[in-house]
Design a protein around this ligand. Structure first.
Ligand code: ARG
Length: 231
């Protein structure tokens, strides 16, 4: 059962961070995507209605809108990490991810090692930023952007030589921007979880985990997956 204060108004307020297509983005003015459908389904099985609030990813990963009561839950393609788990409660994982290196389609770049002295764009506060910080040549310059689509813009304008982000979104990015290509994938073994306020409600975390498990076995998860990732 969700905590009483969540049930009170019948609404599960869900913080997300737009755009992260196909997980969360706007389509004809509506907030849609894999995460959105998943959160709606979780809310509905809690007899609640999901209401979405757009927040900045970095802040959500630090727990700010959960701690100040803006949201009951966060869903933003967020990777479960030990550091984040110190300030957030994660549900069980609902999606696997890795990191992708994107470059100009005609650049000839095939690895991170070739980016010595060059600029690499990543979204601020993401696991891509961590990965590049740990694995790029020491003299590569990491350029952080606030929104993931700025990576494409920076690449296209030649402001950076490469970008790194989750392989789960990169397929669509490359499809929509043929001048950009995936040069390499890094098997980081990431998993996304929904997030809640640290030690806020063990019950709500448990209920959501039970629902996620049910969705896996009753086909609910597959239906959402097929809708956003099916061919
Ligand atoms: N999975 C990566 C992370 O957790 C990137 C998530 C970015 N999500 C977003 N909605 N912009 O750091």
């Amino acid at each position: 059962a969700p905590a009483p204060e969540v049930v009170a108004d019948g609404v599960l307020t869900v913080c997300t961070s737009l755009p992260y297509r196909p997980f969360e983005f706007r389509q004809e003015g509506e907030v849609v995507g894999f995460d959105i459908d998943l959160a709606r389904e979780v809310a509905s099985r809690l007899d609640l209605e999901a209401k979405f609030v757009n927040t900045d990813f970095d802040g959500l990963a630090a727990g700010t809108p959960l701690n100040d009561g803006t949201c009951d839950v966060g869903v933003a393609g967020m990777t479960i990490t030990g550091d984040r788990a110190r300030v957030l409660d994660f549900t069980s994982p609902y999606f696997n991810a890795a990191q992708s290196l994107v470059v100009g389609a005609s650049s000839g770049v095939t690895s991170l090692d070739e980016l010595s002295g060059r600029k690499i764009a990543v979204q601020e506060g993401t696991t891509a930023e961590l990965y590049v910080t740990d694995n790029a040549p020491a003299d590569a310059e990491i350029v952080t952007v606030e929104k993931p689509f700025e990576i494409v813009a920076a690449l296209r304008d030649g402001q950076v030589a490469a970008g790194v982000y989750d392989n789960t979104v990169v397929g669509g990015v490359v499809e929509r921007n043929p001048e950009i290509a995936v040069a390499a994938e890094f098997d980081t073994g990431e998993q996304y979880g929904m997030v809640l306020k640290k030690d806020g409600s063990v019950e709500l975390v448990r209920s959501i985990n039970a629902i996620l498990a049910d969705l896996r076995s009753d086909g609910g998860y597959d239906a959402i997956y097929e809708k956003w990732f099916g061919s």
